[in-house]
Ligand binder design. Structure first.
Ligand SMILES: [Zn+2]
Length: 325
C-alpha cells in the first residue's frame, strides 16, 4: 500500500494470469465514511488482498461508499461483495444500462467478423463473465460536474468516454489530482472496444484526451501501474499512437477488403509470438481495437463497410493520398 497524501492511499490489487498484473484501488479517508475508488475482480485473489489492506488502514468497507470509474470487471467486480446496504455506489448511467442489456452486444459482434467457434473460445474466458459482480448493486448515478466530498477532498466527476462509453475520472482541483481510471495510464495504451454498434470509441477518446489535457493536473492516479506526472505529455503520446494505428489500418486495407478480425490478425501488437498463439481473450480485445479504428475512420469518411456473404467487411472509401492530418 502507498500513501499518496495524508488520507489518500493506493492499494495494488493483484490480477493473477492477467497481463495487466494488478489494478489500483484508491482509498480516501472521510469523517465517518470513507470512499473506495475501484475494487478489483470478483475473485478470491483480489478480495483477500484488498480486505487485508483495508483492515490495515482501519477502513470497514461495509461503512464505506464506492466510486467505480467504469464497468470492467477489474474495477467493478468486487463491489457487490464489499458493500453493505447503506453504501453508496457512484457509477455512470450509460454503462449501468449496458450491464442490464447485454443483448445489444450482438450488433457489435456482427461488425467484427469473428468466426463462431472463435467467439465461443473468447467468451469462455471473458473477465466480465468470469469475474464480474455476482449481482448489480443499486447505483447512485453521477456525471459531468457531479461533486463528491470526502474528508478534506472535494472531487468533481469528469466524463471521459472512450475506453468505455461512460468512463468517469475524479478530479481534485485544489490538490491537482486526477484519478484517471483506465482513461489515462502511464505505460499501457488503454484498450478501445465498442460495446454497441453506434459507438465511436476512438472519436470519443480523442475528445476526452483534449478534455483532460485542459485540466490543471500535477499527479495522475491511474487504474493500473504507478502514479505519474506530466499528463499533457502522455496525452500527446496517446494521440500519436492512435494516429499511427489509424494509418496502419488504412495501409492494410489498401490490400483489399477485410473483416475487423482479419485486420486485427495483421496489425502489430505488444504481445509475444504470432497471432494464433495469443490467448483468445487478447484476440478479442485486439479485434475490438481494430474495430474502434474502423468506426473512427468510417465516421471520418475514410473507410466504409460492405456486406459480403452475410458478414461485414471494411474497405477504403476513396483513393487516399493525404495523411490523417
Ligand atoms: Zn478498463
Amino acid at each position: 500500500m502507498e500513501e499518496i497524501l495524508p488520507g489518500l492511499y493506493r492499494v495494488e490489487v493483484p490480477l493473477p494470469r492477467n497481463p495487466l498484473r494488478s489494478v489500483n484501488s484508491y482509498v480516501v479517508r472521510g469523517e465517518g465514511r470513507d470512499l473506495i475508488v475501484d475494487t478489483g475482480m470478483n475473485r478470491e485473489e483480489c478480495a483477500s488482498v484488498l480486505l487485508r489492506e483495508l483492515r490495515e488502514l482501519g477502513v470497514d468497507p461495509r461503512r464505506a461508499d464506492f466510486f467505480i470509474t467504469h464497468l470492467h470487471a477489474d474495477h467493478l467486480g468486487l463491489v457487490s461483495s464489499l458493500r453493505s446496504g447503506d453504501s453508496l455506489v457512484y457509477f455512470n448511467r450509460p454503462e449501468a444500462e449496458l450491464l442490464s442489456s447485454w443483448e445489444r452486444m450482438g450488433g457489435v459482434i456482427l461488425l467484427t467478423g469473428i468466426p463462431d467457434e472463435e467467439l465461443l473460445r473468447m467468451m469462455q474466458t471473458h473477465p466480465g463473465r468470469l469475474y464480474g459482480p455476482s449481482a448489480l448493486p443499486p447505483f447512485t448515478f453521477v456525471g459531468e460536474g457531479s461533486r463528491i466530498e470526502v474528508g478534506e477532498f472535494s472531487f468533481t466527476c469528469v466524463e471521459t468516454p472512450g475506453h468505455t462509453r461512460g468512463h468517469l475520472c475524479l478530479y481534485e482541483p485544489r490538490r491537482r489530482l486526477l484519478l484517471s481510471g483506465d482513461h489515462l495510464l502511464g505505460d499501457i495504451t488503454p484498450n478501445l472496444s465498442p460495446l454497441s454498434e453506434e459507438e465511436n470509441p476512438l472519436g470519443d477518446y480523442l475528445r476526452s484526451l483534449e478534455r483532460t489535457a485542459s485540466l490543471d493536473v500535477e499527479l495522475v492516479l491511474p487504474g493500473h501501474r504507478r502514479p505519474f506526472r506530466d499528463h499533457r505529455a502522455r496525452v500527446e503520446e496517446l494521440k500519436l499512437h492512435h494516429r499511427l494505428r489509424a494509418e496502419e489500418v488504412l495501409s492494410l486495407l489498401e490490400e483489399g477488403r477485410k473483416t475487423a478480425y482479419e485486420l486485427a490478425s495483421e496489425m502489430t501488437w505488444d504481445l509475444e509470438g504470432p497471432w494464433e498463439s495469443f490467448p483468445p481473450i487478447q484476440r478479442w480485445f485486439a479485434t475490438g481495437e481494430a474495430l474502434a479504428h474502423l468506426r473512427y475512420l468510417e465516421e471520418e469518411g475514410r473507410v466504409r463497410r460492405v456486406e459480403e456473404g452475410g458478414g461485414i467487411r471494411w474497405e477504403l472509401s476513396a483513393r487516399l493520398s493525404q495523411g490523417l492530418g
